[in-house]
Design a protein around this ligand. Sequence first.
Ligand SMILES: *Cc1c(COP(=O)(O)O)cnc(C)c1O
Length: 416
Amino acid sequence: MPASTLVSLSGSSSGEVYDADRLWRLDPADDRPLLATYDLEAAARTMTPASLRERPRGMWRWTELLPVRDPTAIVHLGEGDTPLVAAPRLGARLDLADLRIKAEGGNPTGSFKARGMTAAVSRNAELGATSFIAPSAGNAAGALAAYGAAAGLPVTVLMPVDAPEVNKVEVLVCGARLILVEGLISDCGRVGAELAKLTGAFDVSTLKEPYRVEGKKTMGLELAEQFDWQLPDVILYPTGGGTGLVGMWKAFAELEAMGLIGPERPRMVSVQATGCAPIVRAFESGATEAEPWQGASTRAGGIRVPGAVGDRLILQAIRASEGTAIAIDETDIDRAQLMAGSHGAGYVSPETGAVIAATGELRASGWIGRDERVVAFDTGIGAKYPPPPLPGQTPVVDPADFDPEALLASLPSSAA
Ligand SMILES: *Cc1c(COP(=O)(O)O)cnc(C)c1O
């Protein structure tokens, strides 16, 4: 395998340049995210459509554009290369001729958080981090616990008390320390930062260190390859910290500089919940930064993020792409989860429900054209969450004494 072409880190706002072979968190100049810079000319010499096809599957085949220098430092559980699945029935329901789903639930730990954590744990451990800490609404916690265990390094995670039970369990099963916080993910972040100061644990809060975004960037690299190096017209992404959206946008710029794609870009759509929509509000008011959302509430925990450190980068990407931002209410999230399931998309997460609902709304308003190539992100499996309100009455039958006709008559009609 070729080597990483990582050159330096640079301040996303300040433009200051830093030594990439030292541990960093935020830009010391202004406390904003640091982003990795690569030698794209060198990368283009070995990373070609043909060479990529021959490499072992998984997100680490994009070696030149990932930050780890020593391949033996990679802590890998089989993440990446998720399928891009055609969704003809769901597409027809939403009046779309070409709807595809990027099925991220197939990643280890059941969500795309695995991509960010394999990159952050591998690279920061390579640079000397010996333990990790992070706040999480749920899925990031499970992923960090899994990758920390794979690396043999201790992990502490902080979650809101009302985080899904399954996420708490997976953290404990993976041997990590769990702390529950009476508050939101932002409160978890504050408690975590204090503990990190005392213990020296490396804080991998999203976009507060440079490498989770590099892992999530691989979703954009994969999409380019899966679309045969012609990007789709629209990408809809459920936005919490915005790591994936920012990462994909960065990936497209790198691919263009390498000559692998042209200047065309998909319109990037940031999907949030009406109970927590700081990016939508900032987008609509023309602001370059998002004010923190007060009283954030939504069942879709991954997008219950009141204040994103990457707010400027998210808003820049949406605007530069001529995209938009849209908020979905809880009833529509519930409904879309059921609709996605009954139309062949499987049991998707509530965050994905928000994306499906947004796809329908933007098609209905004409913002998305019928024949456009649309990618809806399915960011994680539904089975890790408390379910939406379920339709119908489920009968319980005594096999020794039942009336088949009455049983059939009692069943609700199929939603499919
Ligand atoms: C974390 C998460 C999100 C939000 O992702 P960001 O890149 O942080 O915006 C969306 N969906 C699920 C299932 C998540 O776990």
